[in-house]
Design a binder for this molecule. Structure first.
Ligand code: GAL
Length: 438
């Protein structure tokens, strides 16, 4: 046990995203998103997210389980097509679902944290050009306003977009995520539209929120772990993490314009231009960081160059907890904003044992290792506001389908039965001791 605990009020939580857990894809007035129409060939075993964890119907039970684990916060996203099934139309039933969820969370002592956009773009927005068209900017502003009007009396924490780097790269460049496009030439345009939409959302939240909001965005980030603790190695790792090469694309490409108001040019193209800076760079209260793997073995740590036998998760991503410390440190040194860990977790092939429980020692170990490294960053004086474990429950892992299980809660998809995993019971104890148990 370490003697010191985490800061008072530290938000110990867990995260999810609408498309990955809600299901009820065509109920109560919801229209399809780009993920609902993914074809059988585009998702590993041809699965769909149409039912997922059926959280839309089971949310009260799920909130009760979160309370049982002792979570202090819950990060979730809104399905745009559930609350706005077509342009200009607000679906009261869809809004009611989120309003009820927020009430249930607050009643059970959890802080709701809303992600406005976590990848499930409505088909109707996509048909108007999606991120390729500047029309997305006012559409995104109007959508955000609907959410702020309906929820901001109770919701304080807002994230505009989740991992812009990922949904643009995977969805529009590499064609591995919806809408499965390969359009490298559009990178500048996609980036700009996305940043402008984010900026409009930030302004909208600030203008209409019914209480002082905490506004940020959740970035997919990455960092290199220095080879040794020598000053030279640390400096080399810092440079590669936040200045050049993969680090530039993973971090600076988005963060420099959005947070520092600095245009970035790489490989002959711009992520942003000077003339847009005043608009794009809106003051944020925190940065959300989604941290999984180090970049030492390739940009996302899931590559072959890693030594044989190195620890990996079930998706092949290298497990190296030191990245939690170095990523937080390098990002904080460059951007200076308080940090919220908005995602971090482990994919595994969890199963229910004959005793009816789900024993997931790898996840428990992962959780403790990464949290200890986060504590090191806090001990250095870096303001870290909370930690949202990915994920609250097993879910639809996008193009990888349901095989990779990231949850603290196990989901039996055939019956929708939930089981709190061993790692979650350990997390409960960590939370109860405010981290002193680690
Ligand atoms: C993130 C994403 C989540 C989840 C997680 C695990 O990139 O925001 O939705 O899928 O990765 O792969």
């Amino acid at each position: 046990m370490s003697s010191t605990s985490f800061p008072n009020g530290f938000l110990w939580g867990a995260a999810s995203a609408s498309a990955q857990i809600e299901g009820a894809w065509n109920e109560d007035g919801r229209t399809p998103s780009i993920w609902d129409v993914a074809t059988k060939k585009q998702v590993r075993h041809g699965e769909t997210c149409h039912t997922a964890c059926d959280h839309y119907h089971c949310f009260r039970e799920d909130v009760a389980l979160m309370k049982e684990i002792g979570l202090k916060s819950y990060r979730f996203s809104i399905s745009w097509s559930r609350v706005m099934p077509e342009e200009g139309k607000v679906n009261e039933k869809g809004l009611q679902f989120y309003s009820d969820l927020v009430d249930a969370l607050l009643k059970n002592g959890m802080e709701p944290m809303v992600t406005v956009f976590h990848w499930d773009m409505p088909m109707w927005v996509y048909k108007k050009g999606g991120w390729l068209s500047e029309r997305i900017v006012p559409l995104f502003r109007d959508y955000t306003k609907v959410l702020v009007d309906a929820l901001s009396d109770r919701v304080k924490w807002w994230m505009t977009v989740n991992e812009p780097g990922c949904f643009i790269m995977n969805g529009y460049l590499q064609g591995v995520h919806a809408p499965f496009k390969r359009n490298y030439l559009a990178l500048s345009k996609l980036t700009r539209n996305c940043m402008l939409a984010h900026a409009e959302a930030v302004k909208t939240i600030r203008q209409y929120a019914k209480q002082k909001p905490m506004v940020g965005a959740a970035f997919s980030t990455g960092a290199y772990v220095p080879k040794t603790d020598s000053v030279e190695d640390i400096e080399a790792a810092r440079k590669k993490s936040v200045e050049i090469g993969n680090g530039l694309m993973a971090n600076r490409w988005w963060m420099d314009p959005m947070i520092l108001g600095k245009p970035v040019k790489a490989y002959g193209i711009f992520s942003s231009k000077e003339k847009d800076m005043a608009e794009i760079c809106q003051p944020l209260d925190f940065m959300g960081l989604n941290i999984y793997s180090s970049m030492n073995y390739g940009d996302w740590g899931d590559v072959e160059q890693a030594p044989a036998g190195i620890p990996r998760n079930s998706l092949g991503w290298v497990i190296d907890e030191r990245v939690m410390y170095w990523n937080v440190r390098f990002i904080y040194e460059r951007y200076g904003l308080p940090i919220m860990i908005t995602e971090n977790g482990l994919a595994a092939h969890d199963t229910m044992s004959t005793d009816g429980k789900v024993h997931d020692p790898k996840r428990t170990d992962f959780l403790c290792r990464y949290l200890k490294e986060l504590k090191r960053a806090i001990d250095d004086g870096i303001p870290v506001l909370g930690y949202q474990h990915w994920s609250v429950m097993d879910n639809f892992e996008w193009a990888e389908g349901y095989d990779p299980r990231f949850g603290l809660i196990y989901v039996d998809y055939a019956t929708q039965k939930r089981i709190i995993k061993d790692s979650a019971w350990e997390y409960k104890k960590i939370i109860e001791t405010n981290g002193a148990r680690l």
